[in-house]
Ligand binder design. Structure first.
Ligand code: NAD
Ligand code: UDP
Length: 319
């Protein structure tokens, strides 16, 4: 049985990856320090013989006995309000955490895939963003703690690949949504849906003309799975190119939820990228991958999920 270590296993993406690898017949070792994650996301896996969980901070030395075939490094705060609250931890998990996991991959002769992000393109001057674009990131701005940690992650991953011959993958993930996101994590999908469910106005930051492109979790997991097995070491964008302005998106959520509330405007956070859309030519050509789930369909599934949560969870606000 192939063995895979998934860091950030108790988080949104990590927990869905655990499910997928279990389903594919792998032995899964989940690792998480629970700083933004929740054991509830993986408690259904605890009874399985194919699964074990390690409560561990990956910025500390990571040791595992026995063989290991794959590592997926997904540990990191990912929402702007999380990484602005814990900036040093964010820098450490992208840098020291990645270093530790690359060291483990080298020791075990394992293939490692690291979770990078569209944020490496910063506030992009090229649109849509392809993998050749170097990005437009402020190293000293508030978001720099996340963006630069991920840029360092990519550099050190390529260095281990070139200098130590480690088999590496880099996925540049664009805004992904799905069940198990925290309703209060501040990201726009749970923020708007939480507001609709609580009967509050929807808070659009700025004038709402900034754009994002939202990818449903199952599509994202499929892209990551294919990339891992591809043998391709340069970065690959995985995201849904269907772009929308945040203003239009708020209207879409209002229509979906049937809320009687309206949109209110709040200041745009510093360095909030004005546009974002993945160019997925590479993923299509190399992996034969493209997203399958339309936004209307994915959002409905996620809204039903949020509606099913207990009232006390729903009451937790992000802002
Ligand atoms: P999340 O906050 O739900 O999950 C992150 C998990 O990492 C949490 O369970 C957290 O407790 C854990 N973690 C953080 N620091 C750790 C440490 N030092 N040691 C061990 N565990 C630690 O976020 P997510 O949306 O699931 O994001 C997962 C990964 O995907 C992140 O690396 C993020 O940068 C990347 N990503 C996500 C998106 C997205 O749209 N969701 C977009 C781009 C990149
Ligand atoms: N946003 C918003 N209202 C909210 C939360 C977010 O208008 O309540 C905006 C935010 O300013 C950004 C976009 O939605 O332009 C996506 O934000 P998110 O935090 O989900 O992801 P990221 O900025 O990392 O793409």
């Amino acid at each position: 049985m192939k063995k895979v270590l998934i860091t950030g296993a108790a988080g949104f993406l990590g927990s869905h990856l655990c499910d997928r690898f279990i389903k594919e017949g792998y032995y899964v070792i989940g690792m998480d320090n629970l700083i933004t994650g929740d054991l509830k996301n993986i408690e259904h896996l605890f009874p399985l013989e194919q699964f074990e969980f390690h409560h561990h901070d990956v910025t500390k030395f990571v040791h595992l006995p026995g063989k290991l075939d794959y590592i997926l490094h997904f540990a990191s705060p990912a929402s702007p309000i999380d990484y602005l609250k814990i900036p040093i931890e964010t820098l450490k998990v992208g840098s020291l955490g990645t270093l530790n996991l690359l060291g483990l991959a080298k020791e075990k002769n394992a293939t490692i895939l690291v979770a990078s992000t569209s944020e490496v393109y910063g506030d992009p001057l090229v649109h849509p963003q392809n993998e050749e674009y170097y990005g437009n990131v402020s190293p000293i701005g508030p978001r720099g703690v996340y963006d630069e940690a991920k840029r360092f992650m990519e550099s050190i991953t390529m260095a281990y690949h070139r200098f130590h011959g480690v088999d590496t993958r880099i996925v540049r993930i664009f805004n992904t949504y799905g069940s198990r996101m925290r309703l209060n994590d501040g990201r726009v999908v749970p923020a708007f849906m939480g507001q609709a469910l609580r009967g509050e106005d929807l808070t659009v930051f700025g004038d709402g003309t900034q754009t994002r492109s939202f990818c449903y979790i199952d599509d994202q997991v499929e892209g990551i799975y294919r990339l891992l097995l591809s043998g391709y070491s340069d970065p690959v964008n995985i995201g849904n190119p269907h772009e929308t302005t945040i203003g239009e998106f708020a209207e879409e959520i209002i229509a979906l939820t049937g809320t009687k509330q309206k949109v209110i405007y709040k200041p745009l956070p510093q360095d909030d990228p004005l546009q974002r859309q993945p160019d997925i030519t590479k993923a299509k050509e190399l992996l034969g991958w493209e997203p399958k789930v339309a936004r209307s369909e994915g959002l409905k599934i996620v809204y039903d999920y949020f509606k099913s949560l207990p009232a006390e969870v729903l009451e937790r606000k992000a802002h």
